[in-house]
Write a protein that binds this ligand. Structure first.
Ligand SMILES: NC(=O)c1ccc[n+]([C@@H]2O[C@H](COP(=O)([O-])OP(=O)(O)OC[C@H]3O[C@@H](n4cnc5c(N)ncnc54)[C@H](O)[C@@H]3O)[C@@H](O)[C@H]2O)c1
Length: 314
């Protein structure tokens, strides 16, 4: 199996920029490209800020910066790359055109991998001659701090493509999971959607304020979930483990599923405005960049703690 020796990142929004940091931090040379010249101009400074935020030494930052090269064409970016991480805009037209262009421009062994949050590979790559080296690797935000990445093969993706991508992801410190069937929005965003829909209902029905809905997760389950998944969390809460838990609370989940089936749209304009008003009172828009830095530092501190304590079962 050929080793990945050079990566390319296509699209330099927040996700492409973070992938660039993840690759270069691990010592992998990476060429980057965006159709927008302003994004190409900004990427070096953004990477430097992220490396600094990671607590890297000046010497390590210099070495990592030396691995990032900014290309002015797609062809230049992918020349010599054996792994391409696409992180362009989330529209079907962009993905279709870009994957066709990448298929034509890349060598036959080059993996071409999309960051798409929701679109199955079949919807934009099924007709391409080189489709067997294509895959989805959907990260959480930002990928250089949150290790999970969902690998989503299409029915036409061979195991070898998944295995090569998983090996690269593990080598740069990511934590790959495999989505075994192509479902819209994959696994992470489907789980998130279930939670968001319920939060929207509870807030919309006046059961809870947006602030308290956030606190319900932040000051409770989230502390546990930073170390254990929800299933293992439930396993520890009952003497009889997960079997006792699911048996005992089965009727609660059955009732919930029946009650909410086919219910009305959740995020009406009015509800969106209610939640946004509450959020802006807590964090004014101009404070978001500062708040993101605080988030990133907090995640790093938590990761250090997790590394010290070990991750428990896998
Ligand atoms: N933002 C998130 O939270 C998140 C999380 C996981 C995955 N994703 C996915 O990652 C991808 C990128 O997300 P983002 O939030 O950084 O997007 P974004 O829209 O902020 O940035 C996309 C960038 O791609 C560039 N672009 C568009 N077409 C291009 C092309 N043909 N060639 C090169 N560059 C091109 C744009 O100029 C822009 O800079 C999307 O598919 C998105 O669904 C996003």
């Amino acid at each position: 199996m050929p080793e990945i020796e050079r990566a390319a990142v296509i699209g330099l929004g927040p996700i492409g920029a973070s992938w660039t940091v993840a690759f270069a931090r691990s010592g992998l040379p990476v060429s980057v490209f965006d159709v927008d010249a302003a994004r190409r101009d900004a990427i070096a400074d953004e990477c430097r800020r992220s490396f600094t935020g990671l607590g890297m030494t000046a010497e390590a930052i210099l070495a990592a910066m030396g691995l990032v090269s900014v290309a002015t064409t797609l062809a230049d970016a992918v020349a010599g790359a054996d792994y391409v991480q696409e992180a362009a805009s989330e529209t079907l037209e962009v993905k279709r055109a870009l994957f066709a262009a990448l298929d034509a421009a890349c060598g036959p062994e080059t993996l071409i991998v999309s960051s798409t949050s929701a679109m199955p590979l079949t919807t934009f790559a099924a007709e391409l001659p080189g489709r067997e080296r294509m895959l989805i690797a959907h990260p959480a935000t930002p990928p250089h701090l949150l290790p999970v990445v969902e690998l989503v093969p299409a029915p036409f993706t061979p195991e070898r493509t998944v295995a090569r991508t998983a090996a690269l992801m593990a080598a740069i410190g990511q934590s790959p999971i495999v989505v075994r069937k192509e479902v819209r929005a994959f696994v992470m965003n489907r789980i998130l959607a279930a939670m968001f829909v319920e939060m929207g209902r509870l807030i919309g029905d006046g059961v809870v304020s947006p602030r308290d809905a956030d606190a319900a997760i932040r000051d409770g389950f989230a502390l546990r979930w930073a170390f254990l998944g929800p299933l293992e969390g439930a396993d520890l809460n009952n003497a009889g483990g997960i079997e006792e838990y699911l048996t005992k609370y089965n009727s609660l989940y059955e009732d919930y599923a029946r009650e909410t089936k086919g219910s009305a749209p959740v995020f009406t304009r009015e509800l969106i405005e209610t939640i946004a008003r509450d959020m802006r009172a807590r964090v004014p828009l101009e404070n978001i960049p500062e708040r993101r830095l605080w988030r990133d530092e907090s995640i790093m501190a938590l990761r250090e703690l997790r590394a010290k304590r070990g991750s428990g079962i896998t």
